[in-house]
Design a protein around this ligand. Structure first.
Ligand code: ATP
Ligand code: MG
Length: 359
């Protein structure tokens, strides 16, 4: 090296490399003689780990959340919060419909909140004292997971009903989420149903027949059909079996793009296979109050569906997205969260809307 001044600086011992360096200011980079290299001994490694700084406070990944979610930055509770009684309320909180209401929760766009809406509305109505059945028509089985039902490959459920003509009653299971809530689970085997159904007689009406037989023998107030993100035979079966359509719409750009296609499928099914089908409910989901876009999408949806769009809007909420990993709905996972409160309000609107219509 050259003849410029050299500065000796100490380096933290616990880092171990090197103990001292001679900085040559002309090149601005330490000139480290190889022989000074001193890798940490086992003892100094232990000392270093003992002095390790505390882990940073938990902060959920992803973008900052909306204002109403600020209180939700805390770490998730180690034990799920179960303040909402899992027993059926003694007096129903919601009016029971005169006849069973069968909702198909459909939107061929993926990830818009179909499953989240189906499971949370189903659980809210059941916790409110009503008898509710959820039929999982998605091979992903997300609704089964969210309602605490294990569904490894081979789990009997929707596949057996659609393909083998099994009665629904043979394969429904109780959800631990609420006393009055039953689930017909779906497993990955259902993925083969789209193709297997093609060659089966009355392939679009398999679910409808099974459901009518079930409803004629069992007292049920609400049925929710959770559809996969496609307009294939599984969704068509749900549209034929249902009396009402609930479309969840995510408050994001592109939200309305798939809806016109869905409306065409609905009118085809209505004309050919199910005259009684009506679009009664549109629910705005994942609303982020900080963005102007969310408000614009909400306005546009309300212009298209003025009577059908619920006044309640579901906010984007950390707790809603965490709940399924505990096999729970947000209602039992975090009853005080904005997401839980909004799904309860939406359930109340759905229930009273139906009650008004019948009078
Ligand atoms: P798919 O089309 O795959 O069936 P989907 O329409 O059923 O999807 P969900 O599974 O309900 O959509 O939701 C997609 C993702 O968004 C999930 O991870 C869910 O936890 C999350 N999510 C749903 N609603 C909200 C919300 N209001 N706030 C935050 N996250 C949400
Ligand atoms: Mg889904």
């Amino acid at each position: 090296m050259g003849s410029g001044p050299e500065i000796e600086i100490e380096v933290a011992q616990t880092l171990g490399w090197p103990r001292a360096v001679h900085v040559d200011p002309r090149i601005g980079w330490p000139n480290v003689p190889r022989e000074t290299l001193d890798w940490p001994s086992e003892a100094s490694k232990l000392e270093a780990s003992a002095k390790a700084p505390p882990a940073p406070a938990f902060r959920p990944p992803g973008p900052r959340r909306a204002q109403f979610d600020q209180d939700e930055f805390a770490a998730p509770p180690s034990e799920p919060d179960v303040k909402v009684s899992r027993e059926t309320a003694a007096e129903p909180m919601f009016p029971a419909p005169a006849n069973p209401r069968v909702f198909v929760v459909a939107n061929q766009k993926g990830g818009v909140g179909k499953t989240t809406t189906a499971v949370n509305l189903a659980a809210a109505l059941a916790l409110g004292g009503l008898r509710v059945l959820l039929i999982d028509l998605d091979p992903q089985g997300n609704a089964s997971t969210a309602l605490g039902i294990d569904h490894p490959p081979g789990t009997p459920g929707t596949y057996e009903v659609l393909l083998e003509g099994a009665p629904i009653a043979d394969h429904i299971v109780d959800s631990p989420e609420a006393a009055g809530l039953k689930v017909l689970p779906a497993a990955i085997d259902l993925a083969g149903a789209e193709i297997a159904l093609v060659s089966i007689v009355a392939r679009e009406s398999r679910l409808s027949r099974a459901l009518q037989a079930f409803l004629s023998q069992h007292e049920v107030d609400y049925v929710f059909l959770d559809c996969p993100p496609s307009l294939g035979l599984l969704t068509v079966n749900a549209l034929v079996a249902a009396s009402e359509i609930l479309i969840p719409i995510q408050c994001e750009y592109y939200a309305l793009e798939g809806v016109s296609q869905l409306m065409r499928t609905i009118s085809l099914v209505k004309g050919e296979l199910n005259n009684g089908l009506r679009l009664t409910t549109v629910l705005l989901t994942m609303y982020d109050a900080r963005t102007r876009l969310a408000a614009q999408v909400a306005d546009e949806v309300r212009q298209h569906f003025p009577a059908e769009t619920l006044a309640t809007v579901i906010p984007r909420s950390v707790r809603i997205s965490e709940a399924p990993s505990y096999g729970q709905t947000v209602l039992t996972y975090h009853p005080d969260s904005a997401g839980s409160v909004s799904y309860l309000a939406a359930a109340s609107e759905v229930a009273t809307h139906g009650a008004k219509e019948m009078t």
